[in-house]
Design a protein around this ligand. Sequence first.
Ligand SMILES: [Zn+2]
Length: 163
Amino acid sequence: MHALTEAQIRASLINVTQSERRNLTLPGDVSDTPWDALQFYGARDRKLALVGYVVVELDGIPTGLLLRQADARPRSRAQCAWCADIHLPNDVLLFTAKRVGDAGRRGDTVGTLACDRFQCNENARRRPTSTYADFDVEAARQSRIGSLRTHVEDFVRGVRDGL
Ligand SMILES: [Zn+2]
């Protein structure tokens, strides 16, 4: 994806209040982000333990969501809905996104299972292992990277469009 500044990430969030937008604290230096290797930007807030942010480009426009880690723990061995990797090196958590507009103000949320620190970009890029001799590892990897983008875009678009 194209590189974003912290100000652009802040401005991209579509389901936040003004104070949530102000209180965002991203980890590290955003300019160190390896943008070329990302299908989406994902980060946990450095100060707010349960909060995270994901940003994708929808029709060329950076569009981001604030996600909240839900109290409910997913069943063990849950699968991330985005990278769909079945051999994850990390935990998968349930996150909720407040809907935009009136629905969000009434407390409506949409949930998704995702990697605990949004490691999906790295996970999708790991070489899949297979015991089949004629398994095309690189094709499988490319297909997983493409699906990751589609999964996150669909989720963010659904919240944006109130689906
Ligand atoms: Zn994932």
